[in-house]
Write a protein that binds this ligand. Structure first.
Ligand code: MN
Length: 438
């Protein structure tokens, strides 16, 4: 285990809001993001309801003595350069930040006197944490694959490759947006019957997908692969992802090459990157493979990954409709998922991605695919929750949904809990559906 003093549950911060019960950003978390006030976007760390300005911390001498390469990375407008330094540099930074923000240390006493160091979270604008060069999305929840497969092919819901190979597709990086960005209902080709003919118009089956995303840290050179045992050295941290999907467009276009315009109009991500180090206390044995499952090919099998390749992350999807907002009602929960139930680990996804020599670069994003579970309450998209439009869900105020309506706001939340550990959270990934362009 790589637990150290930064995970110590006894550590408390001099930033009082970080010590409240069930906050997302206690001193044990220290997630990284890019924020701005009235000036240039810059790296920051979330602590309670405040943001610590990393550029200011560097310039104020609070980060002296760390690896020299950290200096320029902490002045950048995106976290790519920091991620590229890899796990050891990020580990070193975390240790110093913990010291700075922990009550009573000499570093903290000095930091507390620096008025420029902390900014209220309510006063900042958050930006995408990295310039995402490439984005790939997987299909790693077998419960999701089973549910969707059984809608399409009731006799054999799971395709023969599923238990052998992590299925994914190449998403689009240009349309990744940070939480809070409105998402416009897309136009596309849809057909009422499988054989067509199609029409062209706004999607009538706008959906969300609850996912976890992983930012690549240190990359690999083209033509080289990443052994599973090293995979996590190439992961910088995790965010929440909403892979917005137009189901009617998807049904018409997905064969034979997979999703395209049904997915690439927008993908929302949460702004704070929870580092692999912060997640260390929440590592778990991944979901056991089912009885009769084929043996894993050797490149996807690693003892350490089998033992602790999972992450105990609880995930929730909430909805707030226009009517709920008008009535002053709070958001309503649609589902709760468990990231432990994924069929493939993040390390397996990463290793598989690079297994053909594909180069992954710092700041690239890979996402898990919709996180669903075996029960109705754990289905991670409306396609499953309302079973392809056949079983509408009814909200407390009587509104019904099969798919998203204009002005519906979707809010994804995630957090980790473990016995004897301080809970850490991911914050939110939020986005509202705007009417289609006229
Ligand atoms: Mn997806």
């Amino acid at each position: 285990m790589l637990l150290d003093v930064t995970h110590d549950p006894a550590r408390r911060s001099w930033v009082e809001s970080a010590n409240e019960a069930a906050v997302d950003f206690p001193v044990q978390n220290l997630p990284l993001g890019i924020f701005s006030r009235d000036d240039e976007p810059r790296p920051g760390v979330a602590i309670g309801k405040k943001v610590l300005d990393l550029r200011q911390a560097r310039d104020g001498g609070h980060l002296d003595g760390l690896a020299p390469a950290l200096g320029p990375a902490l002045g950048a407008r995106a976290l790519n350069a920091l991620f590229a330094l890899g796990r050891p540099a990020m580990h070193e930074l975390r240790a110093r930040l913990s010291d700075l923000l922990c009550a009573g240390t000499p570093a903290a006493l000095r930091a507390q006197r620096d008025p420029l160091l902390l900014v209220p979270m309510s006063a900042v604008t958050m930006h995408a944490p990295a310039d995402v060069g490439d984005y790939s999305d997987f299909y790693a929840s077998i419960d999701h694959a089973m549910n969707v497969g059984s809608m399409l092919r009731p006799e054999h819901p799971l395709l023969p490759n599923y238990r052998h190979v992590p299925i994914g597709y190449h998403g689009r990086a240009s349309s990744i947006v940070v939480s809070g960005t409105p998402v416009r209902r897309p136009y596309g080709q849809t057909a009422a019957k499988p054989e067509g003919p199609p029409g062209f118009g706004p999607t009538q089956r706008m959906d969300y997908e609850l996912e976890v995303g992983a930012f690549i840290g240190a990359g690999n050179a083209i033509g080289t692969s990443i052994p599973l045992g090293d995979a996590e050295q190439h992961l910088a941290g995790l965010v929440l992802v909403n892979d917005w999907s137009a189901r009617d467009m998807q049904t018409w276009e997905y064969q034979p090459l997979g999703p395209f315009l049904a997915k690439n109009f927008a993908t929302s991500i949460s702004p704070w990157v929870v580092t692999l180090d912060a997640l260390e206390p929440f590592r778990v044995t991944p979901r056991p493979r089912d009885e009769g499952d084929p043996l894993l090919l050797p490149y996807l099998l690693d003892q350490d990954d089998q033992t602790r390749g999972g992450f105990a992350i609880t995930l929730e999807v909430w909805i707030r409709t226009a009517r709920m907002r008008e009535a002053g009602a709070t958001a309503e929960r649609l589902s709760q998922g468990d990231f432990r139930r994924m069929y493939w680990t993040l390390a397996q996804l990463l290793t598989h991605h690079a297994s053909n020599g594909c180069n992954l670069r710092a700041g690239d994003l890979i996402a898990s695919g919709t996180v669903s579970g075996p029960d109705k309450g754990s289905r991670g998209c409306l396609l499953e929750l309302a079973w392809r439009g056949t079983d509408p869900i009814t909200l407390t105020n009587g509104e019904q949904r099969t798919f998203l309506a204009d002005l519906d706001e979707v809010i994804i939340r995630g957090w980790c809990e473990a016995e004897g550990r301080v809970r850490i959270g991911f914050g939110e990934c939020r986005g509202a559906v705007m009417p289609a362009a006229s």
